[in-house]
Design a protein around this ligand. Sequence first.
Ligand code: NAP
Length: 333
Amino acid sequence: MSARRALVTGVTGQDGSYLAELLLERGYEVHGMVRRSSSDNYERIAHLGDRIRLHQGDLLDPSSLLNLLRSVRPHELYNLAAQSFVPTSWAQPSLTGEFTALGVTRLLEAVRIVDPEIRFYQASSSEMFGKVQEVPQRESTPFYPRSPYAVAKLFGHWITVNYRESFGLHAVSGILFNHESPRRGREFVSRHVSEAVARIKLGLADTLPIGNQDAHRDWGYAREYVDVIWRMLQTEKPVDYVIGTGTAHSVREFIAEAFAHVGLDPADFVRQDPSRLRPAEVDTLLADPSRAKRELGWEARTSFVELVRIMVEADIEAQERSSGRRVGGPGAR
Ligand code: NAP
């Protein structure tokens, strides 16, 4: 029997790279959509070499999406591409809407036209709960987005639901809470902290500028989350799920844990930076992932402390490689 074909948009991103690995392990023929850039940014998928096939396409360009689906004819399509950083969505709200909201419609239209049998996954976000209406947040919790990113994601979410209900597409939306890893973009707070702590430990920096330390997030490990993304497309009926760990921690706790790991006191390095505050805050996000556990047999396994350790260790190694400095012998961290 020939392999199932999967097409991943956003394959150069954090989740796309982990998902491509998982799909290869599970015997898929894996295709990735990449957008043209003057210099390539394939750092996260370089290790996969020619085991995945890359094709140019852009969420802004409908004909590129149509042609891509016509040539690849995937069985499964994972839409992970988006302008995914909340602060940038305040600086570029229209573009965020084009990518993160209308981009989903363009892709769903391409599915409907080329082959309505293609199974479609949409990367929805806990940011859609924003100013939360209930704690913890579950599939039935009303949404209250608090940024152009969250508004755009909510459009993407509802257009996916609408194409499922109107045209019978096997389209699902995963409402994922924060998930991090050493491959997280450097601008996101978790990675901003882990990289700064690594640089401070190596004597390459002496401050950690930070915005709101009281924001609480349900932080999981991205490597585990791509498994549940895959599981969501394998069910007989398309259903949307909330995915998270079920525990929340503050940015302050993340910082404390990261510094504790390298034996330093955050009070000596953390500096308040008002430019990092959001115009409208999302105070606390906390998932109730019980439906996913019950119906998909999935639950998060990596603890918060372990996640912080993985990220700080990876950044220390990366900074040691690029700077030539060393943290020191055994017990130094
Ligand atoms: P990421 O690292 O920022 O990756 C985003 C990807 O989208 C990149 O590959 C990027 O390509 C691509 N992209 C952006 N604009 C595009 C366009 N116009 N056309 C084609 N590709 C485009 O994001 P992530 O953390 O892996 O997250 C994956 C998805 O899950 C995103 O949709 C995100 O919003 C959503 N999500 C993430 C989290 C989380 O905690 N990580 C939580 C909930 C939902 P370039 O490399 O060319 O920039």
